[in-house]
Design a protein around this ligand. Sequence first.
Ligand SMILES: [Zn+2]
Length: 339
Amino acid sequence: MTTSLSDAAAGILYATGAASFFLKRAGRGKALILAYHHVVPGRLIRDNRLMTGMYLSTESFEEHLGFLTRHFRIEPLEKIVALIRSGASWEEPLCAVTFDDGWKDVNDYALPLLKQYAVPATVFSVRGMVGLQGPGGLDGVFEAIQMTDRLVDIRSGVAEIDALIWSDAILDRVEKARQVINRIRELSYDEFMKTCAGINRYLSGTFDLDGIRWKYETMSWDDMREAQEQGVDFGYHSKTHPILTNVPAALLEEELTLPLKEYGREGILLKPVFCYPDGKFGEEVVAVLRDERYMGAVTLQKGFNDAGTNPFFLRRVNIHEGNGGSLSRFVLSIGIQNR
Ligand SMILES: [Zn+2]
């Protein structure tokens, strides 16, 4: 399998122009959708404990843009979704660039590069996360595990999560946080809320958070208007970013209803394209999205899309420093060699 290809082999693949060869042959009629979260200078990634899979350096991002603009026609996501819905096929490989959650660093570091390369992008906004100076939710869980001297001081209120936090089995704090957060994601909606609230209460009651707020600042309405003026589209990513498959049916509509008027009052035109929080979705979720007249929705299932892809199950490749920190790794991660 291609996953066993080393970085060196990937480097050769790229250097020999094979990527371009593969794309010409196999990219035809395909659309690649990329998912990014935070973009910050590489030194900030090297010098800080950060949540796994969420950060890409500006240096890597610029390399990606160079590669993508050479090999793809980059279009706004909405346009690609409309094309797929139309049933028409196309020739040239297409690509859409998306950012999840609406982090402020996208304004600070990604926007100037998007402008320089004339690349359109879509930011998936969470209504409850506009203009925050965080951390909160699972980000607060991550920070509590990084900042505490004594893990036993953290009490989530859910015995199973506490046991995992207190256990000596994993010493690396970033890895511990990753595992704890994955377990919290599996809890019922009520337990999920209770756990996050409990740990965030401990965090804000124990530590001065000023030194880490830069990691969790989200776009304000002003930032969003600035981005929109520079050609960024906004799609929707739920009201509070819950795991939708755990949300009680009665709350689902509230999470998914497109707040067109509310965003409109702030000068933001929301596009009817949805992004499943953590990529999780089920039949009920899709049914509500259809009722709400969304055009489509993006997942975190890897792969290319084509004219036959269901617009509510759009494949998307999540890119971060771990799988996109060099151009050769990026080329492997987007899966060109599988085509
Ligand atoms: Zn998200």
